[in-house]
Design a protein around this ligand. Structure first.
Ligand code: SF4
Length: 215
């Protein structure tokens, strides 16, 4: 890649990390998956109970597999053979996890997280419950501001996710949002995480990988 473009993208990531800190969230830069897994090991120095929010990025980067191979108690929502009730229980138990892993649908240069959720369990855990929340995001999730975040989620992340999940929604057919009322609608809750208060300073940690990851 052109070195000027590389410089521009790295500066953008560093600016975002600086602004996350202003909003009482930790931010870290890593080059690739290897550095990402090392950073996670550096953060999780204790014998943790670990939960996950739904995320392609966590699969793509090998984070879930990596954690399963460590000595953590995993609240595994992906385990084969789980009933709907089992999964609901895991969602609830995840509120008491030591560490909760997720990605974010968008991340503004001002250091804000923007997420949508159909069920709400992921963004509920992001707001309150787990002791630590570790967000893993590719550089493609960074946007200028909240307006751009909303646009990104409605017209990129949601249509692709609806398609992936085989949902019967307009966006899964035409590739953009028409603010539908379909039974299968995947976006019910919209969350801006603008700041962590002083009591929760550093609870949310955002690891930005210098690669395009997830949707
Ligand atoms: S409101 Fe409907 S069309 Fe728009 S992104 Fe959500 S599911 Fe897709």
């Amino acid at each position: 890649m052109d070195e000027n473009l590389l410089w521009y993208e790295k500066e953008r990531i560093l600016r975002t990390i600086k602004n996350l800190k202003k909003n009482n969230m930790e931010g870290y830069f890593v080059e690739d998956e290897k550095e990402l897994l090392k950073k996670i090991d550096d953060i999780l120095t204790f014998k943790a109970t670990v939960g996950f929010g739904g995320s392609m990025t966590l699969f793509e980067t090998g984070v879930i597999e990596h954690l399963k191979n460590k000595d953590y108690k995993i609240l595994d929502r992906y385990k084969e053979g789980l009933t709907k009730e089992d999964i609901k229980k895991i969602y609830r138990d995840s509120f008491f996890a030591d560490a909760y892993f997720s990605s974010t649908n968008a991340l503004t240069e001002n250091g804000e997280l923007y997420n949508i959720d159909g069920n709400g369990n992921r963004i509920a855990a992001l707001i309150y419950g787990p002791k630590t929340v570790i967000i893993v995001a590719g550089k493609n999730k960074i946007v200028r501001d909240l307006k751009e975040a909303e646009n990104r989620v409605k017209n990129i992340a949601s249509p692709i996710n609806a398609k992936r999940l085989n949902k019967d929604t307009p966006c899964a057919k035409i590739g953009y949002c028409v603010d539908c009322s379909s039974k299968d609608r995947i976006c019910s809750h919209f969350l801006v995480t603008a700041r962590q208060n002083e009591g929760n300073k550093g609870r949310i940690k955002v690891i930005i990988v210098n690669k395009d990851l997830g949707y």
